[in-house]
Design a binder for this molecule. Structure first.
Ligand code: ARG
Length: 576
């Protein structure tokens, strides 16, 4: 049950029925930590102003029209014309029961859409670095979230596996192989890339060969394709290991790299030319977009084919949109890419729309994100200034988690220690990213993310185990809980109210691509549970119905935490 939606919808409709202009909205907001109000409608005053009537009069009329008897226990006007709403605790209890017996916490059915999520998308022959971390973690949480509410999600790992630099990489791979590096694994991809580039810059013969290989590769030469495939496979193999460690759902089947679109590119160029969208300019093919001005106020040109015939990153993204719409039938496309690529994306989308490759009705959304920074607010790098590889970052997280756990539990056995430190260490890195509003930069801080206090993974995971231990301690079987939930104290009401707001939370996350909203929600739940647990005896409660009702609330809390953390890709354990 999406309470926020129901209230917004009913109040907005009532406003319109009294003649409020179309753009007027109930503006319902959830009220935090106010005992006598759960929601407030703030849009009445503005509507009344536009209608030139008294806001309180309008509010009165709206209230008289609303049919919210079951849901609401109190609805009244406050201040200049706000409407305050308090939910009915019997109704809350009923909703909580429904959530408890449903494996999706009772969320409403939706009309499924085909949603493509472009995320992670690292480059071939380079190691994944922290720059890809945010895209991978946030994109995956969104894939899980949208799938959970019933959409068909297509994960698109748009890897950088095509481009002129592959000539150089093939030539260098060949050189290494000739040196008898037959079984070689390229464990240090960055090193490989750097050395290839150095050779290319310093050795004219090598550069010549590299350029020849580019041409050959592009014309489908068997040897070059094989060498290219080798590089792709080695990189993918290494990335898959990282995904596995990070509990990321991307598989090899989700790879839809730049090379997938290469055969579409010549046709796109000629089509854009024939439609008059692209023109030749100094030998290159360029699209001039009126909406984009450069520093000097002149219309900006987007190059889609270079003088030498090479296509560009933008050309591929134009083809990619066409493909996603025509072949994959996407209804909505989400891109999890660094904010620095915003202009690039908007240009590609504008061109694709001009060319009618995708209709306006299809939602194109760039869910951008900021950078990860060091404590000194500079981009997150090693002390010597090089980028940090993800592998070493994950190793460090696990090592630190291990130390913390070991201090708390010196008697823990080795296997358990390693199991727990993986789940806590990896969870901490992911959660600390997910819990921040993605738009902003954030400072990477080991101590904060691994703390057992505050909005962190260890805190959430610990809260989960505490509830699990109640059931273990009392030896309670879920089946035994047959008596209904009833809400007595303010602690029970506050917890249950927040619990049944799961649906409006997950739909908000799904619409806006903001997993931090789910994190704050779960953090609230954990906090409200703590207060409830301190003030309302559970296992020691003598009254049977009271005891069962509280156990059910605990169970629903546990289930909500579990499902919520699952949608974020954060693992839980039963004890820690
Ligand atoms: N490979 C790119 C990079 O590492 C990201 C690709 C994002 N997706 C896209 N459709 N352009 O920066």
């Amino acid at each position: 049950m999406n309470i926020h939606y129901i209230l917004s919808n009913k109040i907005t409709k009532a406003l319109h029925s009294f003649g409020a202009p179309k753009e007027c909205n109930a503006l319902v907001v959830r009220q935090i930590s106010k005992k006598h109000i759960d929601y407030q409608a703030n849009g009445i005053i503005n509507a009344a102003k536009k209608m030139n009537i008294c806001p309180q009069e309008l509010a009165k009329k709206v209230i008289s029209k609303l049919n919210l008897k079951d849901i609401v226990s109190k609805i009244e006007i406050s201040g200049k014309g706000f409407i305050n709403i308090k939910l009915n605790s019997f109704w809350i209890a009923k909703q909580a029961e429904k959530a408890l017996i449903n494996n999706k916490l009772g969320i409403s059915k939706i009309k499924p859409e085909i949603i493509i999520i472009d995320y992670s998308s690292p480059n071939i022959a380079k190691q994944m670095h922290v720059g890809h971390l945010r895209s991978t973690i946030i994109g995956d949480a969104m894939a899980r979230t949208l799938e959970f509410i019933g959409h068909k999600v297509i994960r698109a790992n748009h890897i950088g596996d095509w481009g002129t630099h592959f000539g150089m990489l093939i030539a260098y791979l060949e050189k290494l192989q000739n040196k008898n590096y037959n079984n070689f694994l390229l464990t240090n991809l960055d090193e490989f890339y750097k050395k290839a580039k150095k050779k290319y810059d310093e050795d004219e013969n090598f550069a010549k060969k590299s350029r020849m290989y580019v041409v050959k590769l592009q014309s489908g030469d068997k040897y070059c394709i094989e060498m290219w495939q080798k590089l792709v496979n080695i990189t993918i193999e290494q990335n898959q290991k990282i995904y596995y460690r990070l509990n990321i759902t991307l598989t090899k089947n989700d790879i839809m790299g730049e090379s997938l679109y290469k055969d579409m590119l010549p046709e796109i160029i000629s089509d854009l030319k024939s439609k008059g969208i692209a023109i030749e300019n100094n030998g290159a093919i360029v699209v001039f977009l009126d909406d984009f001005k450069n520093k000097h106020g002149k219309t900006m040109g987007v190059i889609i084919q270079k003088k030498d015939g090479a296509f560009l990153y933008t050309t591929t993204d134009i083809a990619c949109i066409k493909y996603r719409y025509e072949k994959l039938h996407a209804n909505r496309l989400l891109y999890y890419i660094d904010s620095r690529q915003h202009q690039h994306l908007i240009q590609a989308w504008t061109i694709a729309k001009k060319a009618n490759y995708i209709p306006d009705s299809i939602k194109l959304e760039h869910h951008m994100f900021g950078m990860i920074l060091n404590k000194d607010k500079k981009p997150f790098k090693t002390r010597s200034g090089t980028t940090i590889s993800l592998t070493s970052l994950l190793d460090e997280a696990i090592k630190r988690a291990k130390n913390i756990i070991y201090k708390k539990k010196p008697n823990i056995n080795k296997r358990n220690l390693s199991y727990l430190s993986n789940i806590i260490g990896i969870g901490a890195i992911k959660y600390s990213d997910l819990s921040k509003n993605r738009i902003t930069n954030y400072i990477f801080n080991w101590d904060n993310m691994l703390s057992f206090n505050g909005n962190t993974a260890p805190y959430m995971q610990y809260a989960y185990t505490r509830i699990a231990s109640i059931f273990k301690k009392g030896n309670i079987k879920k089946k035994e809980l047959t008596l209904p939930i009833f809400l007595n104290s303010s602690y029970e009401i506050a917890l249950a109210t927040r619990l049944i707001q799961f649906e409006e939370t997950i739909f908000l996350v799904a619409n806006e691509g903001t997993p931090h909203i789910m994190c704050s929600y779960l953090y609230d739940i954990a906090g409200l549970f703590s207060k409830f647990y301190e003030n309302c005896p559970i296992l020691s409660e003598k009254n049977k119905n009271q005891r069962q009702s509280r156990l059910k609330l605990a169970l629903l809390t546990q289930k909500t935490l579990k499902i919520g953390l699952d949608t974020l890709g954060i693992k839980t354990v039963n004890n820690m």
